[in-house]
Write a protein that binds this ligand. Structure first.
Ligand code: PMP
Length: 422
């Protein structure tokens, strides 16, 4: 490719130093040195429109967040075993965005740890070990959650206590997604029981990001949550992807489904890049665990993490980013629908706010190889995006939330060009 010699040398050093388990995006990797708002800049000063990074949810390097982070780091930067108001203030503020039944907030550094903690709590609360996830789910890197992350592929075997169910895809389950998805949960529960395993939890990403983005019809998750509870298990909403306003319908993805989860894991956008994550729960769910175990996570909820995360909430509120996700998300969805009519290689659009999946097709069938070509064409044209889904066939459009209509127009224009050429 057109990789500059210095970057080629860095790729080689990277492979030598980091080993074989790491991957870079794109045929020609992008060497980024700076970020601001929805833009990322490479060494040559070229600007790239970021349509993919949900971690930088309020925009890359947002000055209010950076200021809060550095001010706290310069003042007091220790953990939750000392009395300090930052973590308490933040927990109260976050809980106020959740349904009344959710009463506690615990802090970790990663979404993986939050899901891992949720499994431990669910085991204590239910006496079961069985876990149900979707076919191409990703829930993180610890041993326990990697065993429940089928998107990692056959190289990472599923746990013997893990069952997978199809994603809530109307193309597979039919129009009554809610009933059909709950029936799949019931089938998994029955199979666990046949093997002498008591169900502990149904864990789903409420926007089904790695399964290809499934958002509609709102409400379809409620019967599935009922089914797992009827079997003595818990419903855990993984909000690592949809949380913090991205769906444009309130702060949390589960809210679109009119249900209250037993536990809610969150991470990625929570600190706009600072590693902060957590788990919220109904108080009764943690009673058993709390009686037996203590939980201390050295960096989880530290004062800098709490101050940074609080500043992210400030920006989401002050800049009206949930409303922006709703409005620009709808605008982008309409623009994509228009592109769909002009390109037979662009298929179904599935979206909630600024979380959009768009299938790339050949002869009406999902085509992961073509999606790779489109993604790389966009990268050459200075637009950063990636693809997901079981065959990598769905463009995943997930920009920082301050994404504007003008940004959307630029993206649609570049996508139009990429589809014409591929
Ligand atoms: N759950 C979901 C749905 C995720 O997308 C991810 C990260 N991609 C995780 C959990 C794990 O989060 P982390 O990488 O912070 O451990």
């Amino acid at each position: 490719g057109d990789l500059p010699p210095d970057d080629a040398a860095l790729v080689a050093r990277r492979q030598a130093a980091l080993g074989p388990a790491y991957r870079l995006f794109y045929e020609t990797p992008v060497h980024l040195v700076r970020g601001e708002g929805v833009w990322l800049y490479d060494r040559q000063g070229e600007a790239y429109l970021d349509t993919y990074n949900n971690v930088a949810c309020v925009g890359h390097c947002h000055p209010h967040v950076v200021q809060a982070m550095t001010a706290q780091a310069a003042t007091f930067a220790s953990h939750t075993r000392y009395l300090h108001d930052t973590v308490v203030d933040y927990a109260e503020r976050l809980l106020a965005t959740m349904p009344a039944g959710i009463g506690h907030m615990m802090f970790t550094c990663t979404g993986s740890e939050a899901n891992d903690l949720a499994f431990r709590i669910a085991r204590e609360a239910t006496g079961g070990t069985g876990i149900i996830v979707t076919e191409n789910a990703y829930h993180g890197v610890t041993l326990a959650v990697a065993e429940a992350s089928p998107s990692l592929g056959t190289g990472v075997p599923l746990g013997a206590h893990v069952r997978t169910i199809p994603p809530p895809d109307p193309a597979r389950l039919g129009p009554d997604v809610g009933t059909a998805f709950a029936a799949e949960v019931q089938r998994a529960i029955d199979d666990l029981k046949r093997h002498g395993i008591r169900p502990a939890a149904l864990l789903v990403d409420t926007i089904f990001s790695s399964d290809g983005v499934f958002a509609d019809p709102p409400g379809f998750l409620a019967p599935a949550a009922d089914a797992i509870r009827a079997a003595g298990g818990l419903f855990i909403a993984d909000e690592v992807q949809p949380g913090f306003g991205r769906t444009g319908a309130g702060m949390w993805g589960f809210a679109r489904h009119g249900l209250v989860p037993d536990m809610i894991s969150m991470g990625k956008p929570m600190g706009n890049g600072y590693p902060v994550a957590g788990l919220a729960m109904r108080p009764d769910v943690i009673a058993e665990f709390g009686a037996r175990a203590r939980y201390f996570n050295t960096f989880g909820g530290n004062a800098v993490a709490a101050a940074t995360a609080a500043a992210v909430l400030d920006v989401i509120e002050d800049e009206g980013l949930i409303a922006n996700a709703r409005d620009v998300g709808a605008y982008l969805r309409d623009g994509l629908a228009d592109l769909c009519r002009r390109h037979e290689t662009l298929g179904t659009i599935r979206a909630a706010g600024l979380f959009i999946g768009a299938d790339i097709l050949t002869d009406g069938k999902p085509d992961g190889a073509r999606a790779v070509r489109v993604v790389n064409a966009l990268r050459r044209n200075r637009v950063l995006i990636s693809a997901s889904g079981p065959r990598g066939e769905s463009l995943k459009i997930r920009p920082p939330l301050p994404f504007s209509r003008a940004n959307a127009d630029l993206f649609l224009d570049r996508l139009d060009q990429a589809l014409k050429a591929n």
